[in-house]
Design a protein around this ligand. Sequence first.
Ligand SMILES: [Mg+2]
Length: 122
Amino acid sequence: MEKLQNYYRSFETEMGYNRFDKNSFKANQTFLLYIHMLLTTEVAEVAEEFRSMFDLSEKYLSEGYTDIEAMEMAKESIREDLGKELADCLAYLLKLANHFEYDLETELYSKLEEIKATRKRY
Ligand SMILES: [Mg+2]
């Protein structure tokens, strides 16, 4: 993940993204609100792909395919677009992690361990 975060940092530099005054509260606030808005938009686009998948599944069901066949065909038809939307989401998560200087891999392992520990208590 560190490699990915570094790659994303280089990509942003190459593309000329994130050119704002990092010492300005207002500029930081605007940046974070904007990135949050973009991330939530991408998450909604993932939901939109699921909606397409469900609609297509219904269509295939009405054409006589079994539910598993219909779902698999619909899943395949959104595969490319869903991958792009998931990548969009990850890009904004990497952007936020880099902004706050998190090692996202460490954060993820830590969170998963926390979930395991919580689960074992019940
Ligand atoms: Mg998108």
